[in-house]
Design a protein around this ligand. Structure first.
Ligand code: PLP
Length: 449
């Protein structure tokens, strides 16, 4: 199909996620037609290095025949059956076992969903149910973080702390509040990163005391904030938060939808930071995005209570544990494991990206270049003032569009540029990514001068 014909159909009938419908209608969509390895190709014949692994999900890269074959075999045998009413099937049982083997030792159960947002709806219900079963139904409050992202369903957006989402669509789910994020570059530069990390944990404690320590059910956070801008917390942050949660007996929900499955050089971000969460929502890299599947890894404390004391848990989705999605996810995990991809991110590619990415810190437009594993961010600043650009200039979006035209997908969150490439990227491709990012920065600087 020609570019124009595809754009016309799209314009006429398709409402895109997180998109200004009218503006897109005027501009026309980019048409992506195929992909291989770390590259996507558009209908105009351009090859573009996908620095975002789709939406942080194509961990294994594009074009893996093994995943296609796993889907074809499963679709031939049993394309769909549900896991309601005491039924199961081999792929979902095997996937559950595999996930629990990879997860920290206190996690031995998984509840499947179709997406990360559904996983977060599930944790909301699970934690409130857990405390009710424990005879503490007043423990209802869930504390999230400003600028955290936990999905786009009503529960997901309520747990998240994205103000523009809260401003649309009426009231959020009651009993959810937010505390400050550990975003040192954006909000903490008047202190050392370590002092700032501790101050953020102290803010959590203050919020707990304000709500009443016996009224708080759980704290939800991404180990590293993704959609908020690839925000790696100061080293002091997680140890201090862990201590606060332990002091008041509050559950930890570590949202692993982005950090899970190798992104930070560990199977789960929680392992990188030494966390032992009670619940871990997962999705995205679970199937490398080849098919939609998510879930919640449930620690023994919550799972044992739900199993032994809960009776029927009145919650679930038509596609919970979908056999084809489960078969593809299982094959994806097997390949990540067999090819040593998580270890390679930890020992080779992560440190290599860190070294090459840090070089961009010298660019006049960059106030900070940071990375962890295969996730990175550049903070854009106006070289004339060394402060943020005037918002009206939309420097981040300009840089993003220039990147795309240069042959690199880099996402903008305000004036923070972020990358999270497929985990199969090579050193040479990292060199290319850094080179394209520098070219795009040069062109952005030229246009803003
Ligand atoms: N949680 C986190 C940390 C995410 O980044 C996302 C999506 O970007 C979600 C949850 C929601 O996942 P989904 O888009 O699959 O519903």
């Amino acid at each position: 199909m020609q570019t124009q014909a595809c754009q016309d159909l799209d314009r006429a009938h398709h409402l895109h996620p997180f998109t200004d419908f009218k503006a897109l209608g005027e501009q026309g969509s980019r048409v992506i037609t195929h992909a291989q390895g770390v590259y996507v190709h558009d209908s105009e014949g351009h090859r573009i290095l996908d620095g975002m692994a789709g939406l942080w999900c194509v961990n294994l890269g594009y074009g893996r025949r093994e995943l296609v074959e796993a889907a074809a075999v499963q679709m031939t045998e049993l394309p769909y059956y549900n896991t309601f009413f005491n039924t199961t099937h081999p792929p979902v049982a095997r996937l559950a076992e595999k996930l629990c083997a990879l997860a920290p030792p206190h996690i031995n159960h998984v509840f499947f969903t179709g997406s990360g947002s559904e996983a977060n709806d599930t944790v909301l219900r699970m934690v409130r149910r857990y405390w009710a079963l424990k005879g503490k139904p007043e423990k209802q409050w869930i504390i999230g973080r400003e600028n955290g992202y936990h999905g786009s369903t009503v529960a997901g957006m309520s747990l998240g702390g994205m103000a523009p989402m809260h401003d649309q669509g009426g009231p959020c789910v009651p009993g959810i509040t937010h505390v400050r994020q550990p975003y040192w570059f954006g909000e903490g530069q008047d202190q050392s990163p370590e002092a700032f990390g501790r101050a953020c944990a102290a803010a959590l404690e203050e919020k707990i005391l304000e709500l009443g320590e016996d009224k708080v059910a759980a704290f939800i956070a991404e180990p590293v904030q993704g959609a908020g801008g690839a925000i790696m917390p100061p080293a002091s942050y997680w140890p201090a938060v862990k201590a606060v949660l332990a002091k008041y007996d509050i559950l930890l929900i570590a949202d692993e939808v982005i950090c899970g499955f190798g992104r930070l050089g560990a199977w789960f971000g929680s392992q990188h930071f030494g966390l032992a969460p009670d619940l871990m929502p997962i999705a995205k890299g679970l199937s490398s995005g080849y098919l939609p599947i998510g879930g919640v890894l449930v620690g023994d404390r919550v799972a044992d209570t739900l199993i032994e004391e809960g009776g029927e848990f009145c919650h679930g989705f038509t596609y919970s544990g979908h056999p084809t999605c489960a078969a593809v996810a299982l094959k994806n995990l097997e390949l990540l494991e067999a090819e040593g991809i998580v270890e390679r991110v930890r020992d080779d590619l992560g440190p290599y990206l860190a070294e090459r990415w840090a070089e961009l810190g010298d660019h006049p437009l960059v106030g900070e270049a940071r990375s962890l594993g295969l996730m990175g961010a550049l903070e854009l600043i106006d070289p004339a003032t060394e402060e943020r650009f005037d918002k009206a200039l939309s420097a981040g979006n300009l840089c993003r569009d220039i990147c795309f035209a240069t042959g690199l997908v880099m996402r903008s969150v305000g004036d923070t540029m972020i990358i999270a490439p497929p985990l199969v990227i090579t050193r040479d491709e990292i060199d290319e990514l850094v080179c394209l990012a520098r070219q795009a920065l040069n062109e952005t600087a030229r246009r803003l001068a």
